[in-house]
Design a protein around this ligand. Structure first.
Ligand SMILES: [Zn+2]
Ligand SMILES: [Zn+2]
Length: 300
């Protein structure tokens, strides 16, 4: 079961609020891995970062409704709809006039997300514009590759990823642990890319875009996504200790993903396919907990 007890200051933790790629899905085939699009909660001790505003951001907002900080840092991998569509549904946070949500966008050559989000969230595509929300939204732009330094001194490293219009990978270091989030990305040939290998080197956990399998990939070349096999290759080459796969294909059912996960774990035992709401303490062994017929993964 999920818990809200405080995490030790030295812990680096990750909670997956959305792991599905491209479009949300629902129904009996998506009970275990979930259907919400990308949203990740990262905690350095209690210090919160969010990555992406997919539809999973709604549940994140509801779960933390009483405990969110007054200032929230939301780092975009990029602005495709599956990573932005949840932003106005980040309730109750966006209805709180005393709250500031800072967005960070690094794939537009230094421009912030403000103009793009202004086009997306406006009639007739959306009933209102974001400026009607009571919270304060502050949009920051940077260039992927820069290290972000926040007012409290926290630093997060970034890297540009190969994806249509680009995408940003993030590296968090806290309490002697290292977490890299590498999505959305299409692998290069040859692989692994040397700059990416250096960026993720020695990570305790790498979260990686494994939307396709190697079998499926040839018909989806150029779509901007990768395979779990390329994730394992990168992890091995860069001495990454554990691998979590996200951006799951909308047509991959629970049964299919369970079988893909078993195949992957035969190659790399410390690899897993992320489940929505799964909590992982970076650097600790991942174990699975079965509850009420649902397989929830949690950390030992
Ligand atoms: Zn995506
Ligand atoms: Zn994308």
């Amino acid at each position: 079961m999920m818990s809200k007890r405080p995490t030790p200051d030295s812990a680096l933790t990750l909670r997956f609020w959305g792991v599905r790629g491209s479009t949300p899905v629902s129904g009996p085939d998506y009970v275990e891995f979930g259907g919400s699009t990308p949203c990740l909660e990262i905690r350095c001790g209690e210090r919160l970062f969010l990555i992406d505003a997919g539809s999973g951001l709604y549940n994140c907002g509801q779960f933390h409704r009483e405990t969110l900080p007054k200032s929230v840092d939301l780092l975009f991998s990029h602005l495709h709809l599956d990573h932005t569509g949840g932003l106005p549904f980040f309730k109750p946070a966006v209805f709180d006039p005393e709250r500031t949500v800072h967005t960070y966008c690094g794939n537009l050559d230094g421009a912030s997300a403000e103009e793009a989000l202004g086009r997306l969230f406006a009639p007739p595509l959306f009933p209102v514009t974001l400026d009607v929300l009571p919270c304060t939204l502050k949009h920051h732009g940077f260039k992927a590759g820069e290290t972000l330094t926040f007012p409290d001194g926290m630093q997060v490293d970034t890297i540009l990823l190969n994806h249509p219009q680009g995408s940003v990978g993030y590296r968090f270091q806290h309490g002697g642990k290292r977490l890299c989030v590498i999505s959305d990305i299409e692998h290069s040939d040859p692989w692994p890319d040397p700059a990416l290998k250096a960026f993720v080197a020695g990570a305790d956990l790498m979260v990686y875009d494994g939307m396709f399998t190697d079998c499926e990939y040839p018909t989806c070349r150029g779509w901007g996504h990768s395979t779990w096999q390329k994730g394992v290759e990168l992890a091995r080459a860069a001495n990454v200790k554990a691998l979590g796969i996200i951006h799951l294909h909308p047509c991959h059912s629970d049964a299919r993903l369970r079988s893909v996960e078993a195949e992957m774990q035969a190659e790399m035992p410390a690899a897993f396919i992320a489940r929505e709401r799964q909590v992982v303490e970076v650097g600790a062994p991942v174990r699975k907990v079965r509850s009420k017929g649902l397989a929830l993964a949690a950390i030992a």
